[in-house]
Write a protein that binds this ligand. Structure first.
Ligand code: BES
Ligand code: ZN
Length: 598
């Protein structure tokens, strides 16, 4: 019986009770914006004498609690909710009679639940039906289910969702076919998962298969474009299996959400949730699929034990993502994306106020893990693994990673578990290649170590030459000739590499020739708008405002607010845009922007 690692972001008393299975039964009420019903939790009891069960909740209305012993009858039991803290919500304390190992709680969510977004029909592609989706990572599951909300506990579950008959409910689980139109949907998750991977969506959803085990869930208006964009998903799975072993979750489907989805993607098991902003029409942003798919190994199979170990999820996944891109689209594309990542790392690091947040091991005591969210665990983590690959050789490192996934499947891992594995499996077997001091520097330094092995791209060298020629006074026609065959990644690098001090005439010349203000590629538009803010290029502002109101993806809009807020005039504009956008944003995007414009 391995102890559950202590977790600063959960109130759960996991030394006494550990949840192993959940039975969920919820009804979605779109008028009231509530989910209401019951959850049964089945526990492994670790302290026979324990009389109190402590669960995580946030803004829940608890109606009653019951307890049971084994297959015995439910008996009403006492419960109370502690005062809420802003970071973690309220502990729910339930009296457990001797021997009780099941608890059932009847409850309803608040319309403001942080883990839910209720969309009006106008916020969807079809504009006719409302939509609901959940986002549980990091600690929002507790805002729609009272449970042990920490990644160190894994459970299986079954669920029933009751929704208006015109809508379809999906979960990141095995779905029961043939239930559309009935208003009742049932699900099963046979593999044990941490609470942050519980996910629900309800809307006017339809399904289009892509291969025997992959397909798209989306609104009817979006499903065909999505299926075309993501048609290489099966190839990505095959490439990942060849590197890291079998895909262990059965199906791999993607759910395309409305544009207010606060993330690019979320690796919910069997059903990745994705923003529609990656549907560029040319597959140029599908590294998002590679990323979320990679989490089926790094994250969902081997899970960060606590949130300070987050880099084990995201750093590994970013490394795997680039390997998948290399296998399916070639090394040049993977290298370009890795270089864009290194640039993002520096930019993101510079915005972090708490020094430890600039390292792989932030201190999260007393903080909502989302407050420490940045690019650092992603890109510094990926660079660390790329360094190990370079030092030990690709073949040995691939075998090492495969053993890591196989040996820790369906378990959670801490940073020290990983370091011990690294020491035993690589460092001790090939002494002198990588030192302990180097490993410590990767984890603890606030920058990229001087001995890092950085990605390189010939394509980007050419992009920089084209930039130099044009910035140095070259004709825009010459630039147009140079850019003719550029990919999205080359455009992103080009815009990012332009001086922030371009004149209005230079900005107009670029925009007139390349239509950047009206780019339909959300990532190119993003980097262009950031340049437009720096260069005070007014003609881009109306389109930028539309973009910031239409899109709720944190990574695309938050940097724009931050850039605007750097000047007094910009801050006024940011506040005005936010006033317009606020109601359409997910609670997580809303609170991130509020911090900036307040
Ligand atoms: N698991 C993350 C999203 C996440 C992290 C949600 C922390 C809540 C808390 C997901 O896999 C992710 O990293 N998404 C990225 C995608 C990108 C790196 C390709 C995103 O949303 O931008
Ligand atoms: Zn991720």
């Amino acid at each position: 019986m391995t102890p559950i690692p202590s977790d600063a972001s959960s109130y759960a008393n996991t030394s006494a009770f550990v949840a192993r299975h959940m039975v969920l039964d919820l009804t979605a009420n779109f008028e009231q914006k509530t989910l209401a019903g019951s959850v049964e939790l089945q526990f492994e009891r670790r302290e026979p004498g324990a009389t109190e069960l402590v669960l995580d909740t946030r803004d829940l209305m608890i109606q009653n609690a019951e307890a049971a012993i084994g297959a015995g009858a439910w008996i009403p039991t006492a419960f109370r909710l502690d005062t809420a803290t802003p970071a973690f919500g309220s502990a729910l304390r339930i009296t457990m009679p001797p021997g009780a190992d099941r608890a059932r709680i009847t409850y309803a969510t608040s319309p403001q639940a942080r883990g839910l977004q209720w969309l009006a029909p106008e916020q969807t592609a079809g504009r006719k039906h409302p939509f609901l989706f959940t986002q549980a990572q990091a600690i929002q599951a507790r805002s729609f289910i009272p449970l042990q909300d920490l990644p160190g506990v894994r459970m299986t579950y079954s669920a029933t969702l009751r929704v208006p008959k015109a809508l379809v409910a999906v979960m990141a689980a095995e779905m029961t076919p043939g239930q559309a139109g009935t208003g009742t949907f049932t699900f099963k998750m046979p593999q044990p998962i941490p609470s942050y991977l519980i996910a629900i969506a309800v809307g006017d959803l339809t399904f289009k298969p892509m291969s025997a085990r992959t397909g798209i869930w989306a609104e009817p208006a979006t499903v065909d474009a999505a299926a075309r964009e993501f048609e290489d998903t099966e190839q990505m799975i095959a490439a990942t299996e060849a590197l890291y072993g079998p895909y262990r979750w059965g199906r791999y489907d993607l759910l395309v959400l409305p544009p207010s989805f606060p993330f690019g993607g979320m690796e919910n098991p069997r059903l990745t949730f994705a923003t529609p902003t990656v549907i560029a029409g040319d597959k140029s942003l599908v590294s998002l699929v590679a990323h979320e798919l990679a989490h089926s190994w790094s994250g969902n199979l081997v899970t960060n034990a606590t949130w300070p170990d987050f880099w084990l999820n995201e750093g590994f996944t970013t490394y795997l993502e680039r390997r998948i891109i290399e296998a399916v689209y070639g090394k040049a594309r993977a290298d370009m994306e890795a270089m864009i990542g290194v640039a993002d790392l520096a930019d993101s690091r510079s915005t972090l106020e708490i020094p430890r947040d600039r390292t792989l091991l932030p201190d999260m005591t007393g903080r909502d893990p989302d407050d420490a969210y940045s690019t650092v665990p992603y890109e510094q983590g990926a660079l660390f693994l790329a360094f190990l690959e370079a030092k030990y050789g690709r073949e040995a490192f691939d075998r090492f990673l495969r053993r890591w996934f196989d040996g820790h499947a369906f378990q959670s891992a801490t940073t020290s578990t990983f370091l011990a594995f690294l020491k035993a499996e690589l460092m001790d077997k090939k002494p002198g290649v990588v030192t302990d001091a180097q490993v410590q520097e990767w984890l603890n330094t606030e920058g990229v170590p001087s001995f890092a092995v950085l990605p390189q791209s010939d394509a980007f060298v050419k992009v920089e030459q084209a930039r130099d020629a044009w910035v140095g006074g070259g004709a825009v026609d010459a630039l147009a000739a140079a850019t003719k065959a550029w990919s999205t990644q080359e455009w992103i690098h080009f815009v990012n590499a332009l001086p922030r001090t371009l004149s209005p005439a230079q900005m107009r010349a670029l925009d007139g020739r390349f239509g950047l203000t009206t780019s339909t590629n959300a990532e190119i538009a993003h980097v262009w708008f950031r340049l437009a803010i720096a260069a005070r290029y007014q003609p881009a502002y109306a389109a930028m405002e539309d973009y910031m109101v239409r899109i709720g993806r944190r990574k695309l809009v938050v940097p724009l607010y931050r850039d605007l807020a750097a000047t007094a005039e910009g801050k006024t504009r940011a506040a005005r845009i936010f006033a317009k956008a606020r109601d359409g944003y997910h609670p997580m995007t809303r609170s991130a922007v509020e911090e900036i414009v307040k």
